[in-house]
Every structure is written in C-alpha cells, then in structure tokens.
Design a protein around this ligand. Structure first.
Ligand code: GLC
Length: 462
C-alpha cells in the first residue's frame, strides 16, 4: 500500500461507508404483503428508492453484506411491471410530499407507488456484480434472468424506435443527470430545473408515457451517451448471466452505434443525439467521456478522451475528483446552486466509471491522484452528494449513498494482491474487471465470468 493511503485509512473509510448505507437502509412490508429493503440515497431529502442509486448501493453493499446487496436489487425488480418496465423512483412506504409530487413523473399527481419514467438502466450490471460476490447464495445468479430479459427487451422495443441500437430518454432526469447543461437547449423552457418541467411531465402523462409516440411526435428526446454506455455494459452482463448471445450482439450494436453516430473525430468527444433529426449536442460533460468504460472502445479513441480532455487542466483535470462538466464550458459552475445539479461539481460515480480506464491504459499516477483526492474529500467532509472540484468543498446532501462507491475503487484489504498500491484498487473495481472481461477477444479467451476476469487481471498485474 502506498505511504499516502495506509491500510488504516482504507479500513476507516470502509467502515464509514458501511455506516452510511446501513443508516439509509429502509425496509418494510406493504399491505398486500410485498416486502422491500433498500438504502435510500440520503435522508431526509431522498427517502425513496431510486433505480440507479440502488444499483450503485448494491455494488457497494456486496463488499459488506451480500444479503442486503441482493435484497436491494430484488426490491428494485419487485417494483417493475410485468411488461419489463422498471421505474425511476419508487415510493415504498410514504408517498411523495405535496410540494415535490407534481414534479415527479407519475401517472397522476397523487396516489402512485412509483414514477412512470426510467433511469439509466444498469440493473443487469449490478446484478452480475452481486451474483459474483454471492458465494453464499449461488442461486441468485439465475433467479431473475427472465425478469431481466423482459426489462432489457422492453427498453429495446420501447426506447429504440429507429432501431439504431441507441435507446432514447424522453425526460432529462431519465439519465440521472437532471440539470446537465447538455439538456438546456434540447428541453429549453421545459428543462428539469424550470417550472416548464411540469408541462413536460403533463404532456407525457397525456400520452400515457407511450415513449414510441412521444419520440415520434416531439423533438425533446435524446440518445444519451452515458445512458447507452451503461445500457451496453448491462447487456453484456445479461449475456453472461443468461448465456444468451443475443444480448451480447445487442451490446455490440449499441457500442458500434456510439462509435458511428456519436463520436466526433474533430472534437475528440462523444455527443448525445437530440430529437428526430439526431442533432449532436455539443456540450462537453463527463457523459462525453463515458465510453471509456466500454471494453470495446478502440485504444486510440480512449487515449484521445484521456489526453485531450480528462487530463487537460483547462477541461477535466481538477484538484478534486472529476468535474461533471468541462471547466472550459461557459455553463460550468463549480459550486452549489439551489435548483441545479450536474453543472460542474464532482460526483463519485463519475470517477468510478472513468478512472479504471486511466489505470488500465497506463496513466496510473493520474488514477492514483484522483483517487487520493476523493479519499481526502470523504475524510474531510464525509460522503456528500457532490464536491466542488476546485476547492474540495463538500456540497448538497450528507451521508449520500452512492458516494460510498469510493469503496469499490479502494484496494481490497482482504486480498493480498490488491494491497500493493492505491492504483491497484482502481483496477480492481467493478468497471476495471469488466474491461478485463472485454480483453477476452484480444487474448483469445472465451466467455469470462467476472470472477475469472479478476484472476486474469491479477495475473496481468503481477
Ligand atoms: C438527483 C440526481 C439523480 C439521483 C437522485 C437521487 O436527482 O440527479 O441522479 O438518482 O438525485 O439520488
């Protein structure tokens, strides 16, 4: 372990992270007997279950308590419909408060148990990670395959009407990046942080959230890069879980479409595609760098994303973490804003997705620098919702669930191989392992499970 981050510090962070997830744990039973158990993002503001937050939580829970990791994902699945749709937010034991209720994308203003829109669909990715850790419950791996198939088939059928392999979001918050400046022009007066968002919700309600009809009739929808990256990774996971190559082909189709349609060779970035005309949205946010997490990304492109953007001090190389928007963008704001998020501050899930590529492609010092800055942030301010990337100030919600993803980037202190240095921890994270799985073709190795990938990675690092 490097001198800077002792095993003692790693253990202290792990135990603090465990406390956060445990403190946010909520469980109960509905009147009809349906049981639930999940970590909410942060009390009191975010007291419900959110789709992608739960996936992140489960990925971290698997380091502490596999039964809870499994329960968090099963609960999310239980909120899904028979046709495969799984909601963005689920109100398990109390309904949305009156002030916020009109802004939740539900079917009606009152009385719904969940929203009618989606969130970045990464469930199969989290499921596979938890299944790999579930040596105590080997049946977990297969128990939801039918439901997961339905979920990804629903996305394919309802969110990709032009059949180009890229799924669309119809509300800006469906990506989880609610107020990102990349949505400003597309959603205009209906942006998530403006009162007009109420009308966007109302319009979707009137069309019964029929995404195909909405995509056909309007231009306020986006083939979002981040959403499609996590969708492709999840499809790869589903292919490994189910053994059905159809999902691997779908993942490859999505990854190819990102390269063919979203990649801008001049800018060296991936752009979201907006509306029926698929107009590139040329605002540089961390989503433009997200394909770094794809095992299939050609190395020259990965290096351009890293060298021209991620490591450029005018763009994304900040003192703390990775900013959510390029510092060069006029819309970049480093600090907190009452009604806006994702306009500059550094979030831990951003680093979690992007950093493994740095370590893998030989920028280990940079990976170590970013990880060390996040460790300092968590030690000084606790697990906050996000941080100011310029001065390190902790911002917004406290005890924020997915900020504990830092644990997934830390060296695994139970594993002697990982205690070599901090950067080894980055490589050992879930995304690091997935990219190792992706190297199977290059190495002439067949279908690797994550566990085999972990062993392979260790062999390569030695
Ligand atoms: C904010 C974030 C979103 C997250 C939710 C709950 O709305 O933008 O990504 O899922 O909070 O934490």
């Amino acid at each position: 372990m490097s001198a800077a981050v002792s095993e003692h510090r790693v253990q202290a962070l792990r135990s603090r992270a465990h406390q956060v997830l445990a403190g946010n744990w909520r469980e109960g039973r509905l009147a009809d007997g349906t049981e639930y158990g999940f970590s909410c993002p942060s009390l009191p503001r975010y007291r419900h279950q959110w789709y992608w937050d739960s996936c992140f939580h489960a990925i971290v829970w698997r380091h502490f308590d596999r039964a809870r990791a499994r329960e968090e994902l099963r609960t999310l699945l239980r909120a899904g419909r028979l046709d495969g749709f799984i909601p963005h937010t689920i109100f398990w034991h109390d309904r949305a408060g009156w002030r916020r209720a009109p802004f939740y994308a539900t079917h009606s203003v009152q009385g719904n148990r969940a929203t009618a829109h989606i969130q970045t669909p990464m469930l199969a990715l989290a499921w596979e990670a938890v299944a790999e850790a579930s040596v105590d419950a080997p049946g977990f791996r297969a128990e939801a395959i039918d439901a997961l198939r339905l979920h990804y088939d629903w996305l394919d059928q309802h969110r990709d009407p032009d059949r180009d392999g890229l799924i669309s979001i119809i509300h800006p918050d469906e990506s989880g990046l609610d107020d990102s400046p990349k949505y400003d022009e597309v959603f205009g007066w209906m942006s998530h942080y403006l009162p007009g968002y109420f009308w966007l919700v109302e319009r979707s309600r009137r069309l019964d959230y029929d995404s195909r009809a909405i995509i056909e009739r309007y231009d306020e929808h986006i083939e979002d890069v981040l959403v499609n990256v996590l969708y492709a990774l999840a499809l790869r996971s589903l292919a490994r879980l189910s053994g059905d190559l159809k999902y691997m082909h779908r993942a490859e189709r999505t990854e190819r479409a990102l390269l063919e349609r979203s990649w801008d060779d001049e800018a060296g970035l991936f752009w979201d595609l907006a509306g029926r005309s698929e107009t590139p949205v040329k605002v540089s946010t961390w989503s433009s760098l997200a394909p770094l997490a794809l095992p299939s990304l050609p190395e020259p492109i990965a290096r351009r994303l890293i060298e021209e953007h991620l490591l450029d001090p005018r763009r994304y190389r900040a003192p703390y973490g990775i900013p959510s928007v390029s510092m060069e963008e006029p819309s970049f704001r480093a600090g907190w804003h009452l009604f806006r998020c994702w306009r500059g501050p550094a979030w831990v899930n951003t680093a979690w997705l992007l950093m493994p590529a740095l370590a893998r492609l030989g920028y280990r010092h940079e990976a170590e620098r970013i990880l060390t800055s996040l460790i300092v942030l968590a030690e000084q301010h606790g697990f906050r919702e996000y941080y100011n990337p310029l001065n390190g100030e902790g911002l917004a919600a406290r005890h924020f669930g997915w900020s504990t993803l830092l644990v997934d980037l830390l060296p695994d202190t139970d594993s002697p191989q990982d205690s070599a240095d901090v950067a080894a921890g980055v490589n050992g994270s879930l995304i690091g392992e997935i990219c190792t799985v992706g190297s199977e073709a290059a190495l002439g190795i067949g279908d690797l499970t994550l566990d085999a990938a972990r062993r392979l990675r260790r062999a390569l690092l030695r």
